[in-house]
Design a protein around this ligand. Structure first.
Ligand code: PEP
Ligand code: MN
Length: 339
C-alpha cells in the first residue's frame, strides 16, 4: 500500500508513520515527489492496522498498490526516476540520453583505453566491458577478472566515464563494487534471486538486463528484489529475447520501452548489440530505441571487431560508433531529448 502524506506534513510526522508501519512488520520506501512524500509499505499486510495509520498526524490517505510490482510501479511514483551513474555525474532517465559503450569483454589495457577515449570523445557517459564473462562454453574466454576491473578503473581515471561491468556471482559483489560505478546483472542472472538481493544490499546503481525469456512482469519483479533489499537505483535494460526467429541472435522487443514506461517510473536502456547479434543491425536499432523512448543505450564497440575475443559478429568499430552518435543526436532532438 501507499501512505500519502499531506503536503503540509512535517518530518517528525513522516518519521512517526514510518516507525509505525515498520512496527507492523512492513518494509518502507520513501518516495519524494515534487509536492508530497509518499511511503510505499510492502510486505505481509495481515498485521497492518490501516485505521491507525490513517489517523496518524500528517497522513492524507492510504491507497492500495494494485500492480504485482510495488516500489517499481508508477502507482507509487508518477515522475520518471533519473539515476546518476556516478555521484554528481551524468544520469540515465532525465532529458539527456545516457550512452554507455565499450567492448564486450575487457581484453587488454590498450584496447580498452583506445575505446574509452573514443567513447568519451563521441559524447558517451559510461564505459562498458565485462571482466567476468557469462560464457555458454566453459572453454571460451572467461574474462580477465580483477585485472580487467583494474583496467576499467584506470580508464575511468583517464576519461571520467562511469564504469559499467557485470557481476556474475554473489561472492564477487564486493570486489566488483570496489571498482565499478554501476553493477550489471546479466540476462542469465535476471532471476538469480540471491544475486539480486546482494546487489540490492550495496549502494552502487544496478543495471538489470532482461532475461532472455522473461516477461515484462518478471523483469519488473526482478527489479523489485533489488529495490526491496535497499537499493532504489535500478536501471532496466532490454536486450532482446529468444524467439523462433533465426536471422538475428535475439529479437529486440522495443515495444517494451513504452510498455514499461506506462507502468514503471524506472529508467529503461536498450542494448541493440545483444538484441540483434549483428553489427549491421546495431545502428538502426539504436535510432529506433531512442525514437521509442529509451533513456539510454548499451552498445558494444571494439577497435577491431573481427579479432574480438568475444561477440565478434555484433560489435561495431569506432568509426561506426561515431556515426551512430552523430545520427542519434538528430533523433534525440526529434523526441525532445538531448545527447
Ligand atoms: C553483456 O552485456 O556483456 C552481456 C553478457 O549481455 P546479456 O547479459 O544481455 O547477454
Ligand atoms: Mn557481448
Amino acid at each position: 500500500m501507499i501512505v500519502v502524506m499531506s503536503p503540509a506534513s512535517t518530518k517528525q510526522q513522516l518519521d512517526h508513520v514510518v516507525k509505525m508501519v515498520e512496527e507492523m512488520g512492513l518494509t518502507t520506501h520513501l518516495i519524494y515527489g515534487t509536492n508530497r512524500t509518499v511511503i510505499a509499505a510492502v510486505g505481509d499486510k495481515r498485521m497492518v492496522d490501516k485505521g491507525a495509520i490513517e489517523n496518524a498526524p500528517g497522513v492524507e490517505k492510504i491507497v492500495p498498490i494494485l500492480s504485482p510490482f510495488k516500489v517499481a510501479s508508477r502507482e507509487v511514483k508518477q515522475e520518471n526516476t533519473a539515476i546518476a551513474l556516478q555521484p554528481g555525474g551524468a544520469s540515465i532517465g532525465g532529458k539527456a540520453l545516457g550512452i554507455v559503450a565499450g567492448p564486450c569483454s575487457v581484453e587488454d589495457r590498450d584496447t580498452l583505453l583506445e575505446v574509452a577515449d573514443a567513447v568519451k570523445a563521441a559524447g558517451g557517459v559510461g564505459l562498458r566491458g565485462g571482466a567476468f564473462k557469462p560464457r555458454t562454453s566453459p572453454y571460451s574466454f572467461q574474462g580477465l577478472a580483477e585485472k580487467g576491473l583494474q583496467y576499467l578503473a584506470e580508464a575511468r581515471e583517464r576519461t571520467g566515464l562511469a564504469v559499467v561491468t557485470e557481476v556474475l556471482s554473489v561472492t564477487h559483489v564486493d570486489l566488483v563494487a570496489r571498482y565499478a560505478d554501476v553493477l550489471q546483472v546479466g540476462a542469465r542472472n535476471m532471476q538469480n534471486f540471491m544475486l539480486l538481493k546482494a546487489v540490492g544490499e550495496q549502494e552502487k546503481p544496478v543495471l538489470l538486463k532482461r532475461g532472455m525469456s522473461a516477461t515484462l512482469e518478471e523483469f519488473l519483479l526482478a527489479a523489485e528484489y533489488v529495490i526491496n533489499a535497499g537499493n532504489p537505483n535500478v536501471i532496466l535494460c532490454e536486450r532482446g529475447i529468444r524467439t523462433f526467429e533465426e536471422y538475428c541472435r535475439n529479437t529486440l522487443t522495443l515495444t517494451i520501452v513504452p510498455a514499461i514506461k506506462r507502468v514503471s517510473h524506472l529508467p529503461v536502456m536498450v542494448d541493440p548489440t545483444h538484441g540483434t547479434g549483428h553489427a549491421y543491425l546495431v545502428e538502426p536499432m539504436c535510432l529506433a530505441a531512442v525514437a521509442a523512448g529509451a533513456d539510454g543505450l548499451l552498445i558494444e564497440v571494439h577497435p577491431d571487431p573481427e579479432h574480438a575475443l568475444t561477440d565478434a559478429a555484433q560489435q561495431i568499430d569506432i568509426p561506426q560508433f561515431q556515426q551512430v552518435m552523430k545520427r542519434l543526436a538528430r533523433i534525440a532532438e526529434a523526441v525532445d531529448r538531448q545527447l
